[in-house]
Design a protein around this ligand. Structure first.
Ligand code: BGC
Length: 274
């Protein structure tokens, strides 16, 4: 066995249980599969794509861990409650929550409907509030089990470069991600003494269905690449590797921060010419 394959033999999340919201596709799917590969039991939340969620579950189970698909609209308090009941019933407890569900409903501010404003805030912000509250209550109830982890639990939000970068025609989305940043930091501060770690990952332009109309159009894709110093779109795997690290104890001293995985999108690429 060479050194590289030995490295991959170390299962960094062995024996832990994770719930990933919005995990039937894209970034959520990559994270759920990566966590299974690292030895975690994984609950794959989905809202409507049952078949796709079941495929993700099958893929995770091939790594010899337990997995289940669990339906819930994360913006519904009742459905989130039912989801946690099911996950805790199946896994006994929870160690990692990945709040990944997120949507865009783009449009100019002057024409935006209250409906499009509200639904984005409901899913991207309130959804994370609801899931994090259930997860943190379980982490507190169980507390630290030293053989399991020095941490009582980890919460990882999938934010966006737009928690920082303003974006015309996307004010509902940027407001949700900016809000998520302060929500993350506030509860990280509040929960640290319970040995609960809360952090975010801010992806840049990762190739998923959320931005498909941009990357599938050659002209728009070129414009987008001008905003990325690394000169490539992100892959869901680029985010999954960071999520596994944040979920593992390698990051035990990391609290209340956002890790940008964006190919340098937040480096003011307009200034690159000097
Ligand atoms: C958005 C994508 C966008 C990227 C970079 C993400 O948060 O969901 O649509 O391509 O930010 O602007």
């Amino acid at each position: 066995m060479n050194q590289k394959s030995r490295l991959f033999e170390i299962k960094r999340l062995k024996g832990l249980s994770a719930l990933v919201t919005g995990a039937s596709s894209g970034i959520g799917k990559a994270i759920a599969v990566a966590m299974g590969r690292e030895g975690a039991n994984v609950a794959v939340n989905y809202r409507s794509s049952k078949d796709k969620a079941n495929e993700v579950v099958e893929e995770i189970k091939r790594h010899g861990v337990n997995a289940l698909a669990v339906k819930a609209d994360v913006s519904s308090p009742e459905q989130v409650q039912a989801m946690f009941d099911k996950v805790l019933d199946e896994f006994g407890t929870l160690d990692v929550l990945v709040g990944n569900s997120g949507i865009q409903k783009d449009g100019p501010f002057l024409e935006m409907s209250t409906k499009d404003w509200q639904i984005v805030l409901d899913v991207n912000l309130t959804g994370n509030y609801l899931c994090a509250q259930h997860a943190a209550r379980e982490f507190k109830r169980r507390g630290v089990i030293p053989e399991r982890s020095p941490s009582a639990g980890k919460i990882i939000f999938i934010s966006s470069v737009h928690e920082l970068i303003p974006w015309t025609d996307h004010c509902n989305y940027t407001a949700s991600k900016g809000g998520l940043m302060m929500f993350m930091k506030s509860i990280a501060q509040e929960l640290a003494h319970l040995k609960i770690r809360v952090n975010s990952i801010a992806p840049g332009a990762v190739k998923t269905s959320i931005n498909e109309q941009v990357w599938s159009d050659p002209g728009k894709r070129k414009e987008l690449l001008n905003l990325i110093p690394a000169d490539r779109l992100g892959d869901p795997q680029d985010i999954a590797t960071v999520a596994v690290w944040l979920a593992s104890d390698e990051s035990d001293y990391v609290h209340g921060t956002t890790i940008f995985a964006d190919g340098g999108m937040t480096l003011y690429p307009g200034f690159a010419g000097g």
